[in-house]
Design a protein around this ligand. Structure first.
Ligand SMILES: Cc1cc2nc3c(=O)[nH]c(=O)nc-3n(C[C@H](O)[C@H](O)[C@H](O)COP(=O)(O)OP(=O)(O)OC[C@H]3O[C@@H](n4cnc5c(N)ncnc54)[C@H](O)[C@@H]3O)c2cc1C
Length: 434
């Protein structure tokens, strides 16, 4: 049934004109803005929540995957977190590290300000304006009303591809055919228990059998009357007395539908509270457990994958494809959280063996609109490829290199798809962290 329409003519003041405008301040957008600003571009970063970091902070994630092979901003963040006491101190694993959410928030603020990025929080991208086929303005809404932002190059790092969608780009969602997507999860931070007392149940990066700890936690909860919607519930040790909890899966909801996001969040928050209450009531060692925070943004694993000038495919993963214009080297596996609870409520690699592979620049350049780049989980790839490259170590690396390319384009007056990549590297002495 078609809905009634209200016609309203809206005009928006152009509040700023910059070189590089980054939309979305998650791991990818933060790194893109930082790299662009450090390359000399006048850079603005728009973020709808009240902090930078995306899933790292608003989502309370606490666990960085696929960062150990990276150079550039990713190890810089890691080192600075260590200096601030914000990286788990018990040692780091081959691929993953735990961090303190509040320390991460403060660090990203500091780094953004040091680099001279114009940061605007609490500001949501709602529309795009084109001049012919070239993106010319982004329109936002906030407490300041409707505002327009002009830039030479735009980067969509909204995770969900909001800007590219508004600009009219083609995109794909979910599994081919069914469109089923991975479930959302509401992350939580808990305290009031000590690592020495719950060693059988938590995961950290110092080794041990992670699947066993998840299984034990699941069976423990079942023995006390509840079966979490995620059958591999995970406690990540951040400090000895602070943990992140991922125990929830919300199936069948769309990350780009506000009512779905609302329903999933309400349902998830109830489940997380029930799980923590159940643990507390089960007695020692859980009797002091407290739910400190839930993410103010439910974690959306996947939404739109925007059509780029190159699409990363499963074949790239299995063959370990290398490209002459790499912006990231991915080493992480295929990691699909169940898209259908009837066939299981955990995660798996769908029998795919991944060899380290490149993401080429083309996957980060929108195919349908000029002047628009992509970074993070909304880049161009198929369903299984996305499940591998989406993790945050990769989001940072691709963001960083996209930011460098965007700054170069703004400086030389070329569109991203027009540049000669070898020349860009030569002229900028760009050390691409691949
Ligand atoms: C529950 C869950 C668990 C995960 N586990 C891990 C893990 O353990 N380790 C790991 O490394 N990765 C993990 N991932 C994957 C990873 O977190 C994401 O793929 C990653 O966040 C991608 O980074 P991003 O910057 O592209 O997106 P996001 O982190 O989603 O950042 C997007 C940013 O854009 C902002 N934004 C969105 N729309 C707008 C708009 N219209 N206007 C303005 N701003 C906007 C958002 O507020 C956000 O800050 C997990 C993901 C989820 C959901």
């Amino acid at each position: 049934m078609s809905q009634p329409l209200i016609q309203q003519s809206l005009s928006s003041p152009v509040v700023e004109s910059c070189d590089v405008l980054v939309c979305g301040g998650g791991p990818a957008g933060f790194a893109a803005a930082l790299a662009a600003a450090r390359s000399g571009a006048r850079t603005t970063l728009l973020e709808m929540h009240g902090c930078l970091g995306g899933i790292w902070t608003s989502g309370c994630l606490s666990w960085i995957i696929d960062h150990r092979n990276k150079t550039g901003i990713m190890p810089e963040i890691r080192e600075r977190l260590i200096g601030l006491g914000g990286l788990a101190s018990y040692g780091e694993g081959k691929h993953s590290s735990a961090y303190d959410v509040e320390v991460m928030k403060a660090l990203l603020d500091t780094m953004a300000l040091e680099a001279g990025i114009h940061v605007r929080l609490h500001t949501r991208v709602v529309s795009a304006v084109k001049d012919s086929n070239r993106l010319s303005h982004v329109v936002t809404e906030s407490k300041s009303g409707r505002e327009a932002w002009q830039a030479k190059v735009f980067i969509d790092a909204t995770g969900d591809g909001d800007l590219a969608f508004q600009a009219g780009c083609r995109y794909a969602v979910g599994r081919p055919g069914s469109g089923e997507t991975q479930p959302m999860s509401l992350m939580a931070i808990i305290a009031g228990v000590h690592a020495r007392d719950i060693a059988a149940f938590y995961t950290d990066s110092s080794g041990g059998d992670r699947e066993l700890t998840k299984h034990r936690l699941y069976e423990y909860l079942r023995a006390h009357g509840i079966a979490p919607s995620y059958s591999a519930p995970t406690l990540f040790r951040i400090h000895d007395d602070v943990f992140a909890l991922m125990a929830n899966h919300e199936y069948g909801y769309s990350g780009t539908n506000a009512q779905d996001l609302t329903d999933a969040t309400l349902h998830a928050r109830h489940e997380v509270n029930t799980i923590v209450d159940t643990l507390r009531r089960s007695g020692p060692p859980w009797d002091g457990i407290r739910l400190v925070a839930t993410g103010n943004q439910i974690g959306v694993r996947e939404a739109r994958r925007i059509r780029g000038r190159y699409e990363v495919t499963l074949e790239d993963l299995t063959s370990g494809r290398q490209h002459p214009d790499p912006i990231c080297t991915v080493t992480f596996c295929v990691d699909v959280h169940s898209t259908n609870p009837v066939s299981g409520r955990a995660f798996g690699n769908e029998d795919v063996i991944v060899r380290p592979y490149h993401i080429p620049l083309g996957a980060a350049i929108a195919a349908d609109v000029d002047g628009l780049m992509l970074a993070g989980r909304c880049i161009s790839g198929d369903f299984l490829a996305h499940s591998s490259y989406r993790v945050t170590g990769n989001a940072v690396q691709m963001g960083e290199n996209v930011g460098k390319v965007a700054a170069y384009c703004a400086a030389v007056g070329q569109l991203p798809h027009e540049i000669d990549f070898a020349r860009f590297r030569q002229e900028t002495h760009a050390v691409l962290s691949v």
